[in-house]
Design a protein around this ligand. Structure first.
Ligand SMILES: Cc1cc2nc3c(=O)[nH]c(=O)nc-3n(C[C@H](O)[C@H](O)[C@H](O)COP(=O)(O)OP(=O)(O)OC[C@H]3O[C@@H](n4cnc5c(N)ncnc54)[C@H](O)[C@@H]3O)c2cc1C
Length: 259
């Protein structure tokens, strides 16, 4: 199927919801064509090679620079999406295009967005659930956890930069929310949890190295069936999204060939 053309969205609001998270609401008539269930799906913000949003300045023979983010909330009635951007700025002006744009965005600014694309759904045919995220995947986790049955039980383990980055999320009553900061290791925290009885369904998204450690724990140590796991790296420390994409493809090939 042909991919839909990018759409131009306009910034409606931008709020620093916690010290390290910037929440933007973006509006555009074309959002009426997004599927109703797109919360938790990803979109790509498009930039020119200088980090600006004017795609007329994309260098000849080059494609726009793309940065991937999650639709945290969608309103078809208002034609808006809500996107949370982790505020992580490096001094290197040749990277962090998306973060820099989000932090400085003003009402009325426009940007081109491609997508949406959906990620693997949580398998709800399980006895308990384990959801794991760092701050980049908190928007996706907060959308996915709303899709669990109200009777769901298990854990949601979420790593934020600092304690003041903890934000309210809606979760089934028997899914325990466990917050930790960057001072602690996400993988170590997950491994310390009591493994519950019965079939588990896993949803995990975080930094590349943490993802690999957790994948090995789920698949090798706990022998969880791959059909019951969604696990993805959302970024890699020290590498821009373009470099991360290459490493992710290599990792997926290696992991397939080992299976
Ligand atoms: C499916 C999917 C959904 C995603 N959804 C979201 C989302 O909703 N919100 C969100 O904030 N991110 C999300 N991400 C992660 C986001 O795409 C990356 O963080 C991306 O690298 C940010 O682009 P940038 O232009 O700001 O930085 P880049 O130019 O890509 O990277 C510049 C430098 O910043 C570092 N860096 C990147 N991310 C972080 C971070 N979080 N903390 C510290 N250093 C970092 C890189 O390692 C690199 O050294 C998602 C990723 C995927 C694959």
């Amino acid at each position: 199927m042909k991919k839909p053309a990018p759409v131009q969205l306009t910034v409606v609001t931008s709020v620093q919801v916690t010290p390290n998270m910037q929440r933007l609401v973006l509006k555009g008539e074309e959002l009426a064509n997004f599927p109703e269930d797109c919360e938790g799906s990803y979109i790509k913000f498009l930039f020119n090679q200088a980090g600006g949003t004017d795609l007329n300045l994309v260098e000849q023979g080059q494609r726009p620079v793309m940065r991937t983010y999650t639709i945290r909330r969608f309103s078809r009635a208002k034609c808006t999406i809500e996107v949370d951007f982790v505020r992580h700025l490096s001094n290197d002006l040749s990277s962090s295009f998306a973060t820099r744009w989000a932090i400085t965005a003003q009402m009325g600014d426009t940007i081109n967005v491609a997508g949406p694309g959906s990620i693997k759904a949580i398998n709800t045919q399980a006895n308990w659930f384990l959801l794991v995220a760092d701050m980049t995947a908190l928007p996706a986790l907060s959308a996915k956890i709303r899709q669990l049955p109200v009777t769901a039980r298990g854990y949601a383990v979420i790593q934020v930069t600092s304690k003041s980055d903890i934000q309210p999320i809606e979760a089934p009553q028997n899914v325990q929310l466990i917050w930790l900061t960057q001072q602690e290791s996400l993988a170590t925290k997950v491994k310390s949890l009591a493994w519950l009885d019965g079939i588990t369904s896993i949803w995990t998204a975080c930094e590349f190295d943490a993802m690999r450690e957790l994948r090995s724990y789920f698949q090798d140590d706990k022998q969880v069936d791959r059909q019951l796991i969604y696990i993805s790296s959302y970024w890699k420390n020290g590498v821009t999204e373009d470099g991360h994409k290459v490493l992710k493809q290599q990792d997926a090939q290696q992991s397939q060939s080992l299976s």
